[in-house]
Design a binder for this molecule. Structure first.
Ligand code: 13P
Length: 301
């Protein structure tokens, strides 16, 4: 079986992308996997820490068990998304314990998010996790720069953020970060933001973020590992397709499949799950799905 590391490198080489879908509620996993299978699209099934603390993903173990029940290894692998060192509420997290548990449970890849730390501290924390995970054969994603949106407080106006480039990943820092940590993939800030997760805001329509493609090119020239785009909901398709040509090999999507599930689940679980399936299919269609074949089998013409 090909490792997620190999599959991500295949995606980067083929200039295509691996979509990662966040499972905020355990039952959402099955329709996501069925959509990937039916579309013959390779993707990651993901859970982030905030999805069991703030939504109903339950636990690392519950997600692992559900994955075992419904997985399709031709088209899927299991990824642990955002385990922050300092979380969105500014609390310290026992990130080493959580990431260690995920590796023991057999998650194929994990993400440490030290983006709220200073550069040197982010490097030190990430390097420690890379050493631990690589010993067990798991891949590691880390984040550099500030992909905002999960915090409870008000965001600065989006246009102001985008125009100033505040929080964008610095290409020279990215080079140093990758060299000194040995991380496999890097989540970068180039204009996208996460969908809100706080009550009162989490049900609202997400603003349409944009991407600074010139800035992405500079990062991609500085580092040669697969780059990851977080905050994938609501970015116009033309930006997504350009970003895939310039080094984005994985795109994370949460809000777009969570909101229809939450809207419909009190009415009917079947309708809510159908909505997850349909939304996943249409999101996959917006990516260039035909090229997904080059991820699974790069020898195929
Ligand atoms: P969205 O909620 O904007 O899709 O972002 C998801 C994400 O980046 C999870 O890591």
């Amino acid at each position: 079986m090909r490792t997620t590391t190999e599959l991500m490198l295949n995606a980067l080489r083929a200039r295509t992308v691996i979509p990662g879908f966040n499972i905020g509620y355990v039952p959402m996993m099955q329709p996501v996997i069925h959509a990937l299978r039916d579309m013959r699209c390779f993707g990651l099934v993901m859970v982030a820490r905030l999805e069991w603390t703030k939504f109903e993903a339950k636990s690392l173990r519950a997600i692992r068990q559900e994955y075992e029940r419904v997985k399709d290894e031709r088209y899927t692998r299991l990824h642990l998304d955002h385990v922050p060192v300092i979380d969105e509420d500014n609390l310290q997290v026992d990130y080493q314990a959580i990431l260690g548990e995920a590796v023991e449970l057999g998650y194929d890849s994990i993400m440490i998010d030290g983006s709220r730390l200073a550069l040197a501290e982010n490097i030190a924390a990430t390097r420690g996790i890379v050493e631990m995970a690589h010993r067990a054969g798991a891949a590691v994603e880390a984040e550099l720069g500030a992909v905002m949106g999960h915090e409870a407080g008000p965001l600065p106006p989006y246009e102001e953020l985008f125009a100033s480039g505040k929080g964008f990943t610095d290409p020279d820092e990215a080079r140093r970060f990758v060299e000194q940590t040995g991380v496999d993939w890097l989540s970068i800030a180039i204009g996208s933001i996460h969908g809100a997760i706080v009550p009162g805001k989490k049900d609202q329509e997400k603003i349409q973020a944009r991407l600074n493609i010139d800035h992405l090119k500079k990062i991609h020239q500085a580092v040669h590992i697969p780059l990851v785009l977080h905050g994938g909901t609501g970015i116009p398709g033309s930006y997504i397709l350009q970003s895939i040509r310039e080094g984005i090999a994985k795109i994370n999507i949460a809000t777009a499949i969570r909101q229809p599930f939450e809207r419909l689940r009190s009415q009917s679980l079947v309708k809510a799950l159908d909505a997850v399936y349909d939304t996943t299919v249409s999101l996959i269609n917006e990516l260039d799905v035909r090229r997904s074949a080059a991820i699974i089998d790069p020898e195929e013409p």
